[in-house]
Write a protein that binds this ligand. Structure first.
Ligand SMILES: Nc1ncnc2c1ncn2[C@@H]1O[C@H](COP(=O)(O)OP(=O)(O)OP(=O)(O)O)[C@@H](O)[C@H]1O
Length: 309
């Protein structure tokens, strides 16, 4: 099985520490979401994994070896870093041909990945005439070309239309189900929540989390329950006995932070309070992520003490 192993990785650009002694392992058979605010060090980490940038200290190995030492790198790991990377004057098919030739990849793979990425009809067109979404698909075709056990994709949904976003989601799930190692950076929390099983989160170059998706959401959110009742006064009294307080919003719905539907259900039953509705809030990945990264966000708006804004 082929993992990506990041060990004590550091990268300094002059006075800027882009990656700060980071250690984590990306394992096969699941999609790992790679998250972090702008400038957190995600792209720098991916570039070092691919041998495009040299670590200041530490190392990254793929399947136990540095990527650059692989005889046919595209057969070990496919990557999408910068969709503008293909030469504009070449056709899409020629671009893939060159990559296949230099990595000793069977020719039939070119037709296969063109079909997989929906580029068959435009394979003879110059890449310079491609839209951002088409370039993105071509970058993904190149990443898949060597049928590699490892895939690293930096913001693969960039420029894709809604249909393309669904396609990427299904592709990533399928690659992981095949037993491949899939690392995907994204700023789209809803999309990451649908796609990833595991999360690695960076903030200001540091590792903030390396955890399964469900555990991440549970750890970085607080519970709350929603309910409706026909007897608000009695509910208020029952809640007060355990130190909980709340009030209905304009729509008659109560939000009770710091407790669960199960707990409120018990209290209401014991106190004879009729409930018309009782649910736990669905905490989103976005909410959990924002909570974790609030302190680490480099470009977070700073409060103005003079105005309080
Ligand atoms: N070639 C470079 N020279 C100098 N500084 C760099 C270079 N590449 C990246 N940096 C700096 O390193 C830090 C990490 O950048 P990086 O691009 O890895 O972040 P990121 O997490 O990928 O951000 P984004 O989500 O915006 O793509 C930033 O402060 C960035 O300005």
């Amino acid at each position: 099985m082929t993992s990506i192993d990041v060990r004590d990785l550091r990268k300094d650009y002059g006075p800027i520490r882009a990656v700060d002694d980071v250690t984590f392992t990306v394992r096969p058979g699941r999609v790992t979401g790679f998250l972090g605010p702008n400038g957190a060090g995600k792209s720098t980490t991916l570039r070092m994994a691919l041998g495009l940038d040299r670590p200041t200290t530490g190392r990254v190995t793929i399947g136990g070896r540095p990527y650059r030492s692989a005889p046919q790198p595209l057969r070990l790991a496919g990557a999408l870093l910068d969709a503008g990377a293909a030469l504009g004057a070449r056709t899409a098919r020629d671009h893939l041909r060159c990559l296949a030739y230099s990595n000793d990849i069977p020719h039939r793979r070119i037709a296969e990945v063109l079909a997989e990425t929906g580029l068959e009809a435009v394979a003879g067109r110059r890449v310079g005439t491609f839209s951002l979404g088409m370039r993105q698909r071509l970058g993904i075709a190149a990443a898949l070309l060597g049928d590699p056990p490892v895939l690293m994709l930096d913001e693969p949904t960039n420029g894709l239309d809604p249909e393309g976003i669904v396609w990427i989601r299904e592709l990533l799930r399928r690659l992981a189900a095949d037993g491949r190692t899939v690392l995907v950076s994204s700023h789209l929390m809803g999309e990451t929540a649908r796609t990833a099983d595991h999360l690695v989160v960076l903030g200001r170059g540091r590792l903030l989390a390396d955890t399964p998706m469900a555990a991440f959401i549970a750890a970085h959110s607080s519970p709350r329950a929603y309910l409706r009742t026909t007897e608000p006064e009695r509910l208020r009294d029952v809640l007060a006995t355990v130190g909980l307080a709340g009030a209905p919003d304009g729509d008659g719905r109560w939000c009770l932070p710091g407790t669960t539907a199960a707990r409120v259900g018990e209290l209401a039953a014991a106190g004879g309070v009729p409930l018309l509705e009782l649910t736990d809030a669905q905490v989103s990945l976005e909410e959990a992520y924002l909570r974790l990264t609030a302190d680490a966000t480099q470009f977070a708006a700073t409060r103005d003490p003079a105005t309080g804004g």
